[in-house]
Design a protein around this ligand. Sequence first.
Ligand code: FE2
Length: 436
Amino acid sequence: MSLDLLVKNAVLTTGETNVDIAVNDGKITAIETGITAESGRVIDAQGQLVSAPFVDPHFHMDATLSLGLPRMNESGTLLEGISLWGELKPLLTVDAVVERALRYCDLAVSQGLLAIRSHVDVCDDRLLGVEALLDVKKRVAPYIDLQLVAFPQDGFYRSVTAEKNLLRALDMGVDVVGGIPHFERTMDDGARSVKAMMKIAADRGLLVDMHCDESDDPMSRHVEILTHETLSLGMQGRVTGSHLTSMHSMDNYYVSKLLPLMAEAEVHTIANPLINIMLQGRHDTYPKRRGQTRVREMRDNGITVGFGHDCVMDPWYSLGNADMLEVAGMGLHVGQLSSRDDIRYCFEAVTTNSARIMGLEDYGVKPGCNADFVLLQAQDAIEAIRMKATRLAVVRRGQVIAETAPRVSALSLEGRPASVNAAHYSPNGNARGSGL
Ligand code: FE2
């Protein structure tokens, strides 16, 4: 039988080497050594890593690439970002939001980022962002799994029409219920908002992903309410707390009770390392808190942790490149996750863990899974993060949808970068390294 695609001599994140990957009808049909079948296309992986695609479980696609509109965020704080977004919202058009989102999706595909959960602000009575991103979701569906979260940016109770708009957005086809309890006027309003939104999700059978405790306030307790509601409504495994930055500042004894409760409720967590390290601790003098939630401790308690990009060139963050390896790299630095296993865990945080949080089906480099994967210019996940590895080939349902030429400056423990010209650069003769 002839195959659609055959990848030869790949390495997998499981550590398996010299494997061939057979693809037919958009699915991985076999992973073995020495597959000899005819194939429409053959890719020689040359001993490099084939990974399942990158997954961004927390993004804001309605705001992306709007940097400078209508002005820059001068203080760099979360709160100025929210008010700046409030200035931009009335100026948005559906066409402009769609155009920017599609440009971002082009970038995402080139980076092997093929699943994105994006929050979409519902605190605009026109629901313009919802209309735009539902259109984008349909257009990119052959290439990207785009999941949308109804996000009441200005507060479920604080914004008078938020509740009605959130329900309208869900009726229009938005997939997930969002929230922002720490932005309500009082802790009590925040707690009430969590309960109300959890009830909406339970009634409709939807997933939940709330921006939760995104502050440096050690007394912010909304994730506890979220967890309690998860248990009492029987929604284990279907609820995610995004950010949870206040946990960085919480009392240790309190956290020692909270984490097992979250594990019991199967509440997932998403840290957003680039944004958390940029926005948190802004009001500290020195020492400054890092603000990233307790990734290591959550992992050790059996809680699934994903890393999100959150923002790219928008009112909150002026940088970013859809590169989930940069996100993983920041997460491991901020969390001091430096052992070999720790670093591999950070790779999982931008792949398998985030796929689990999004509930993606048939995800993974295994027979029977969708033929979605990325060939990276790296020999393992650790090197991929270290080098922000080039995406040599990006495959979706068996089709190569993006390719990038290998980078020549790669440095391994042995040898010298291939780009070095020994005739003109040889500070130590030819004694150094073995490559040239
Ligand atoms: Fe966010």
